[in-house]
Ligand binder design. Structure first.
Ligand code: GLY
Length: 565
């Protein structure tokens, strides 16, 4: 072998070794791997119950119903039948759709219901207690999904949650801390002691036999077991006793809506996400399409340049969100204009690498031709390749804190997601306008962004997160992590995150974030806020690997768990 050939062979060997080392490292950093099917959710019990349904031959939709109800029992901070949610699905054949089972404003809700005589917002009223509650949608949503796509009897799907409620849930340290933290407000709001009002410790078991009975009624009477009869009476009595306005008519009239997902391309990938009344899909489209021409992966991940570009795209998108978005059944939303490349590049004309844009100097865009924090997300893929991405919520932790004692469940405080008064921020600091004002039977604007990604016409990723206004930017960062920075699903989910939402005009960083980026950002005029942001979002996601196996990304910020087979 001559010298040149020797060098060539050595070079090739070194390259192969390096490739293998990278490959090995990548494999080590992967999350839980399964061959056929997977559920990733906020609680091990819920992921297992969903998976068991698929082991019995059920599909992703069957698993969704069982997982959701298991979260209701095992994760009362956000799992719910007293709240609502959104689901985006993609069938193995590529068909997609979205179900909106968001809460609705009660019939007697009015635009100024949270204002005092001087026209000032009495902010607590929309956040805590009986007036904060929207008409719940979860049970209607689950039955709609089961009627359309279910293959296993509803009784079989509900039974595991009934068993869990009767046998009890062993709580984790995080859960015990959370419950203890809200003990006083449970008592204040309910004006009596409730099941969850105790001093809890990790390892304690919570049984909820009255919730088991509610689920039994739903099992035998169908959705009427919630929206009519005993359960409905329990809800209405409790809410009205505490000064709320929900009536039996509100419950009887609740309806779900099938919606067309927001679908757009980002580089070679097709992103499928939630349309209004969520702002998620439109904002993700705006932000990703704004950064696309910049080829973001040329910048070091989480470097100041990377943060700067994303923040400026986020700032512009959240400014539009505040003005244009609301329930599409009540307001016209100029989706095509808002997500057009022409409009988005126009919006970035004021962007300058040398200086932060001031939110106070940036408003919604214009074009010709007008056309919470506690939520939970789970992702499911079944053995056929059907996928569902579900984000469901009570809004704040334990919602309004109103507990339907006789039914064993909490009710949401979703009314706070409306704009109580244009320009006044809600609990997430989000500002809204007329498009999101309160009207009877209207759905409040959301940030929940259940999302599915397709590459070369094949399923690539299923993801979503809780986190109120930070939901969109958390989903965004996970999309970029995997698609642009080639991270494994688990690496992506675990990476420190940041967030900007136009107002307040500052960048929030998780406390684990590398602080060396703060000084260059501050020099450019960005405000850095590290307070109270231990955690931004809890992403539960599934990545389809090139060989077809599934990698789960369960967020280490919570007790989240991937289960699969
Ligand atoms: N309640 C949080 C959201 O819907 O965005």
């Amino acid at each position: 072998m001559n010298k040149i050939s020797l060098l060539l062979v050595t070079g090739i060997l070194l390259m192969c070794c390096r490739k293998n080392t990278i490959q090995d490292k990548r494999e080590k950093s992967r999350g839980f791997i399964a061959e056929n099917a997977m559920v990733v959710s906020a609680k091990e019990e819920a992921s297992k119950i969903g998976l068991d349904i698929m082991k019995l031959g059920g599909n992703a939709f069957d698993a969704m119903v069982a997982t959701d109800l298991a979260l209701l029992v095992s994760y009362p901070v956000a799992g719910n039948i007293g709240g609502g949610g959104f689901m985006v699905f993609r069938m193995a054949d590529g068909t997609t759709g979205a179900l909106d089972y968001r809460e609705m404003a009660p019939i007697s809700a009015t635009k100024n219901m949270y204002l005092d005589q001087e026209g000032k917002v009495v902010s607590d009223k929309s956040k805590t207690g009986a007036l904060a509650i929207g008409v719940p949608g979860t049970i209607a949503g689950l039955f709609e999904i089961h009627n359309k796509f279910g293959t296993i009897s509803i009784e079989k799907l509900i039974q595991p949650a009934i068993n869990l409620a009767n046998n009890g849930v062993v709580i984790t340290l995080a859960q015990a801390k959370r419950l203890n933290q809200h003990k006083v407000s449970f008592r204040n709001v309910n004006q009596r002691r409730i099941l969850y009002d105790k001093q809890w410790r990790a390892g304690d078991t919570i049984k909820n036999p009255l919730l088991a009975k509610t689920l039994e009624r739903i099992k035998t009477e169908g959705r009427d077991g919630f929206y009519k009869g005993k359960t409905a009476d329990f809800i209405v009595n409790k809410v009205q006793n505490l000064g709320g306005i929900i009536t039996t008519e509100d419950l009887e009239n609740y309806n779900v809506k099938w919606r067309d997902p927001i679908i757009f391309n980002y580089n070679d990938h097709k992103i499928i996400s939630m349309p209004p009344p969520s702002s998620g899909g439109i904002c993700l489209a705006q932000i990703l399409k704004t950064i696309e021409p910049f080829n973001i992966s040329q910048y070091k991940h989480n470097s100041s340049k990377y943060i700067q570009l994303i923040v400026e795209a986020e700032r512009r998108s959240y400014a539009d969100r505040a003005y244009f978005l609301g329930d599409p059944d009540f307001v016209d939303i100029p989706t095509d204009s808002l997500t057009s490349n022409k409009y988005l590049s126009q919006r970035m004309k004021s962007f300058n690498w040398n200086k932060a844009t001031k939110s106070s100097e940036l408003s919604r865009g214009s074009f010709l031709g007008y056309e919470s924090d506690e939520t939970t997300h789970y992702s499911i893929v079944d053995h056929k390749g059907n996928s569902v991405s579900v984000t469901t919520t009570l809004n704040g932790a334990y919602g309004s804190k109103v507990f339907v004692d006789k039914g064993g469940f909490f009710l949401n405080n979703e009314m706070d997601d409306f704009s109580a008064k244009p320009g006044t921020p809600n609990m997430f600091g989000l500002i809204g306008a007329e498009a999101n004002s309160i009207v009877a039977k209207k759905r409040m604007l959301s940030s929940m962004s259940p999302t599915i990604i397709e590459t070369n016409a094949k399923l690539k990723m299923v993801l979503g997160t809780p986190g109120g206004s930070t939901i969109i930017t958390t989903v965004l960062q996970n999309i970029i992590n995997v698609l642009d920075y080639k991270m494994t699903m688990q690496e992506s989910v675990s990476k420190p995150r940041f967030h900007h939402q136009w107002f307040p005009d500052n960048i929030k960083f998780e406390t684990s974030f590398d602080t060396t980026v703060f000084s260059p950002l501050k020099k450019l005029g960005y405000k850095v806020d590290t307070s109270n942001f231990l955690v931004i979002g809890k992403t539960d996601a599934i990545l389809v690997l090139p060989d077809g196996r599934l990698e789960g990304g369960a967020d280490p910020r919570g007790d989240d768990k991937a289960e699969g087979f």
